[in-house]
Design a protein. Structure first.
Lengths: 319, 301, 512
């Protein structure tokens, strides 16, 4: 039996890996061809006074004058050798340019995630458990401010208050732990709203279920109710939202990075798209797809762990 | 109490819609009338004989009039996007969760792909391929946002389908479509409403980033999002530029969420029907489900 | 009560997690000193991270603001008069219309100790011309046929007599041939070595570059010992950095943020007119209404130039009489300026039968949307309808540079050729068949073709006076105003910016 279970797990992992590869292939192919419809990198690279011939020469240098299918085959060939190409603009390997930025994005994403998860889940629970009473009435608008305030607005206000007026924290750039706080708060204020609202919904739904009523009738206090009974049952919807936020944050947060001059993936993405830096864009998309697929894979496994009913039954092990 | 909770936000939202519809009647000035000499006047300023209640922007246009006119684009785009992406996303999520197998694999991997393409890139590609128009804004935003609903619906369906009343329905051979409509959707809807109401505010802001790259409305047409982003560089010097459209947006998000809460409660199956009745009778003509639901009831007692 | 305990817990966990995240933070590449603390270190906020540190590749403001401090340029411009003056080359002569000979300063060394010779200078040009290097500056040096160096003598031959060669050589930074060949282009770009007043210390890609003073530089010893260039893309954040003392100087300020800075204590605004000009160009080939010179003339009279300059640009701009600035060689001083005359514009539109017609105005977010909308309002006031088509820069270029000329009727843009020469505008913008031109006039073409191969300054000026005279009447484009470069700076900083937007830290001083 145990060997059978292990084989099933292996098979499941294998299927998922296969699916992931197909998805990766799909997204890179779609982006590759769509990009080539979207503009000419040589036009952007050439100086203002360049002639038609100068631009044509540049295009030839970048290999953009070859037929698109040829370019695509070359791209795939290089990809198989682990070569993601050279940035047109920065003249460095695309992979190097991305890996330089990853630590910053991961740091910011982690800090923002933890902050928003803690605040969001906390606020959501409080709202649900105090439904219709003053804590909910106070928290609802507070949480929603984050949703209605664009990041650039929150970000600049935080800088004005904490850097310019009180001179407590650095305004921009990266210089140690201090400089992580403001951008993390800015990002968290946006995701915390979503998490709080989802938590509230999930908790309310559970509160109406019978097992909670039973526990309550047996005299369980709120604290015990939350830790013992609720935690596991609300974890699936919350986990789903968290996974979406993780993937979002790891993709890089464009506006927040721009405001705080944070050297993460988000800024790199905008620059590369603006400059039609094809190899760099393709590399970023590939990386982002890997991250998303991985995060969602982990999430799906977590569902199974948290709620064995979800996957133990049914013919296929789920997607 | 319940009426009150639904009624007040509903009235406020109706007011928003009314303002958008009657913009030409309400707005004190032409929203696009520029007066460079009067630019960046604060609230309550009177310039060249015109009283600007909420001040003027960087081109000397009346901020109040632009907020009123801007509500048209913002409300239309946000509502359409939430409806399109919500309906599409929830449907796919429910199908994936119910059917599972290869269909679910395809849907969920598609969702992964849609989530993984950077928004900015996707928007540029949409402009390049489809060209700029408001309909394309809705298409572009829906393309990015549907997977959120899908993943949430999917997870919820996976959990719901293992619950007693669904298993019971399956056990008695109730048709799948019927079970989905009767049992699964009512469980998914409350969560989808929560997500949708949150998305509404975000979509207003997203529209602005699209007009920035030429996909959304073209200047000088006003939208709240573009007013917010135009006001960005003036946060410290001309606070009214971003604050007032921001407040308009906040008011909308708040009321929509309050309404969402009320709607969620109404959609919630356990609140819709008195508990005991529902537990005893998960669905009409489904007596064999009794044992399982009764077993659950035992917990209750 | 339970609530507050929960929240306190939450705060605790959040702090712990944030601290954890900080532990895994990569070590910062450079020790960025607190601005002004030592008095001799400077922090400068640029709008973006330099696209390259190799001076042979990119030539955009943010890149050269950094790398020109690491390298010496072959020639320089006097910051006050804009005349070409010695840099690495101490003297130069023209042997024949196509051959130039430069004598290089002796005793100059790269910071790795190797002496700088004419061979290095020749190599610096050759690599830009090498198609494999795919340098974006290739077009600037396309007139060069060959560059050879021996000892202290650099000889450059051109394919045709090129009056703008010296001008472009002021942008040429000299790189060490031996080092570039040894480490390769990619490694050199990451760790550049030059002979300039500062040397490269470290960088955090996307964030900052740190340079320190090169004490063995041949020029006068700069006061500032260390400089940190930071990439801060948001204008509002750059202002905040200045106000909080995090930065000593910030580049790319808008006129509105400058006005905001003048009110803050301890800060000041530095500005200088540049060769950058804001312009409107018309589609005279497939522009619909704008094919008619009368409509173009009417539009030129519809625009309230003075209001644009005083209200929108807050005085950080100057009127011009053509799509060129007075700083450029060959500026047609004798031409009349543009006039604002709404009544006459309206009657011209009537005469042309264009009343009520819709024209498309192409622009991109790169250009100030406020100016575009102000111009739109001005033109609508004389009876035309203007529909703005704002697309991202790549799409804008694709449309505007398409040989089919179907991009609309008017476009707004900014022009700078980094050459301070009339040719750098007249040829690429209006000559028949060039990528930006939707105008064709054989008479104008002949004048420009002749001028661009004429060396004698007086003859050139005369030819350009005639060529720009045609543009002034025919109006394929309108120069709106000359743009100022605006910097925000600490009041302690002493520096005079110049027309080239050179960011020579060696010329700056910080009072303690």
């Amino acid at each position: 039996m145990r060997a059978g279970a292990a084989a099933a797990v292996c098979r499941y992992l294998g299927i998922r890996l296969g699916q992931a590869l197909i998805a990766l292939f799909g997204v890179t192919t779609a982006v590759f061809f769509a990009l080539r419809l979207s503009g000419d990198p040589a036009q952007l690279l050439a100086p203002q006074g360049a002639s038609q011939a100068d631009i044509a020469a540049l295009r030839h240098q970048l290999g953009l004058d070859a037929p698109v299918w040829r370019q695509y085959l070359d791209y795939l060939g290089n990809l198989l050798h682990g070569d993601l190409g050279y940035s047109y603009v920065q003249h460095e390997p695309a992979l190097t340019l991305i890996t330089q930025r990853i630590p910053y994005t991961v740091n910011l994403a982690l800090a923002a995630l933890v902050l928003s998860a803690v605040l969001g889940v906390g606020a959501g629970m409080v709202m649900a458990l105090n439904r219709g009473r003053w804590p909910e009435r106070v928290l609802t608008p507070l949480v929603l401010v984050g949703q209605a305030m664009p990041a650039f607005w929150t970000g600049i206000l935080l800088i004005l208050v904490f850097s310019v007026t009180f001179n407590l924290l650095p305004s921009t750039g990266f210089n140690g732990f201090d400089s992580l706080i403001l951008p993390a708060v800015t990002l968290a204020s946006l995701s915390a709203a979503t998490i709080a609202r989802m938590t509230r919904g999930a908790v309310l739904e559970q509160l109406d279920r019978d097992y909670i009523r039973t526990a309550r009738s047996k005299g369980a206090g709120t604290a015990r109710l939350v830790t013992r009974h609720l935690a596991r049952n609300i974890s699936i919807p919350i986990l789903t939202v968290l996974a979406l936020e993780v993937a979002n944050l790891l993709g890089g947060s464009v506006v927040t990075e721009l405001i705080f001059a944070w050297p993460g993936i988000g800024q790199l993405t905008v620059q590369s798209v603006d400059g039609r830096d094809f190899p760099l864009i393709q590399a970023i998309v590939l990386l982002a797809a890997v991250v998303y697929i991985a995060v969602n894979f982990v999430t799906d496994i977590a569902y199974a762990v948290l709620d064995p009913r979800v996957t133990t039954t049914g013919k296929a092990a789920g997607p | 109490m319940r009426n009150h909770r639904t009624l007040v936000p509903a009235i406020v939202i109706a007011l928003y819609v009314l303002v958008a519809l009657c913009a030409p009647l309400i707005a004190p000035f032409d929203p696009n009338h520029a007066d460079l000499a009067a630019r960046l006047s604060g609230p309550f300023a009177t310039t060249h004989g015109h009283f600007h209640l909420l001040g003027t922007d960087g081109l000397g246009r009346d901020v109040l009039s632009r907020i009123i006119y801007g509500s048209r684009v913002s409300l239309a785009v946000a509502a359409a996007t939430v409806l399109v992406s919500g309906a599409f996303g929830v449907t796919l999520g429910v199908v994936a969760g119910w059917r599972r197998g290869w269909l679910a694999a395809v849907i969920m991997r598609l969702a992964d792909i849609a989530l993984s393409v950077p928004f900015f890139l996707l928007a540029i590609l949409v402009v390049a391929v489809l060209g700029p128009s408001l309909v394309n804004v809705v298409i572009c935003l829906s393309l990015v946002r549907w997977p959120r609903y899908t993943r949430i619906a999917y997870a919820n369906v996976l959990e719901t389908r293992e619950r007693g009343f669904v298993r019971g329905a399956v056990a008695v051979g109730a048709p799948g479509r019927w079970i989905v409509l009767r049992h699964i959707l009512p469980e998914v809807a409350p969560l989808a409403v929560v997500v949708g109401t949150l998305e509404l505010g975000l979509m207003v802001v997203f529209e602005a980033s699209l007009s920035f790259i030429g996909l959304g409305v073209q200047p000088p047409t006003a939208s709240w999002g573009s007013m917010l982003s135009d006001g960005q560089q003036y946060v410290a010097s001309a606070w009214w530029l971003a604050t007032f459209p921001g407040l308009a947006l906040f008011g909308l998000v708040l009321t929509v969420n309050l309404l969402g809460d009320a709607v969620r409660d109404r959609l919630d199956p356990r609140r819709r029907v008195p508990r005991r009745v529902r537990r005893r009778r998960p669905g009409l003509g489904e007596p064999a489900a009794e044992p399982i639901t009764t077993a659950l009831e035992a917990d209750h007692a | 009560m339970r609530t507050s305990r929960n929240l306190r817990m939450a705060a605790l966990i959040a702090t712990a997690a944030a601290a954890l995240a900080a532990c895994s933070t990569p070590p910062s590449g450079g020790t960025a000193p607190k601005a002004g603390s030592a008095g001799t270190s400077l922090t400068a906020d640029l709008a973006s991270y330099p696209a390259s540190l190799d001076p042979g590749l990119q030539y955009d403001t943010d890149s050269y603001s950094v790398y020109r401090n690491i390298f010496d340029q072959l020639l320089r411009r006097d910051p006050k008069t804009n005349k070409i003056v010695p840099g690495l080359a101490t003297s130069w002569t023209q042997k024949d219309p196509k051959t130039w000979v430069f004598t290089l300063r002796s005793g100059v060394k790269f910071s790795d100790g190797t002496p700088l010779t004419a061979a290095d200078a020749a190599f610096s040009i050759q690599r830009i011309l090498d198609p494999k290097f795919a340098s974006q500056q290739n077009a600037n040096f396309s007139a060069v046929a060959s560059a050879t160096g021996s000892g202290n003598t650099l000889t450059i031959t051109t394919k045709y007599p090129s009056p703008t060669l010296l001008s472009y050589l002021t942008t040429l930074s000299v790189v060490p041939k031996a080092d570039v060949q040894k480490v390769g282009n990619a490694a050199f770009n990451l760790h550049p070595i030059g002979s300039g007043p500062y040397t490269f210390v470290s960088s955090i890609p996307g964030s900052q570059v740190v340079l320190k003073r090169n004490d063995s530089w041949w020029g006068p010893k700069p006061q500032i010992k260390q400089v940190t260039f930071r990439a801060v893309p948001s204008g509002a954040s750059r202002v905040a950095d200045l106000k909080s003392g995090k930065a000593d100087i910030a580049d790319s300020m808008t006129p509105d943020s400058a006005t905001q800075l003048t009110g803050s204590s301890g800060l000041k605004v530095l500005s200088a007119p540049t060769e950058r000009v804001s312009y409107l160009a018309f589609n005279t080939i497939k522009g619909g209404a704008t094919n008619d010179p009368k409509v173009r003339q009417a539009i030129s009279m519809a625009i309230d130039y003075k209001s644009l300059i005083t209200n929108l640009e807050q005085g950080y701009a100057k009127p011009v009489n053509s799509v060129l600035t007075p700083l450029a060689e060959g500026y047609p001083t004798g031409l009349p300026g543009y006039t604002y005359d709404q009544a006459k514009a309206k009657s011209l539109i009537q005469q042309a039968g264009a009343k009520g017609k819709t024209i498309v105005m192409a622009t991109s977010p790169t250009y100030d949307p406020q100016i575009v909308q102000a111009i739109q309002a001005d033109i609508q006031d004389i009876g035309l309808k203007v529909s703005i088509q704002n697309t991202d820069q790549a799409t804008y270029l694709k449309k505007v540079q398409s040989p089919t000329h179907d991009w609309g009727s008017i476009r707004f843009g900014q022009w700078s050729c980094s050459c301070l020469d009339a040719d750098g505008v007249a040829y690429p913008l209006f000559h028949t068949g060039t990528i930006w031109s939707s105008y064709s006039n054989p008479q104008f073409d002949a004048l420009v073709d002749k001028a661009r191969q004429t060396i004698a300054p007086a003859t050139r000026t005369q030819l350009y006076a005639q060529a720009y005279g045609i543009l002034n009447k025919d109006l394929p484009g309108i120069g709106l105003f000359q743009i100022d470069a605006i910097y925000g700076a600490s009041a302690k900083l002493e520096w005079t910016p110049d027309a080239q937007q050179s960011f020579f830290v060696a010329d700056m001083k910080l009072a303690s």
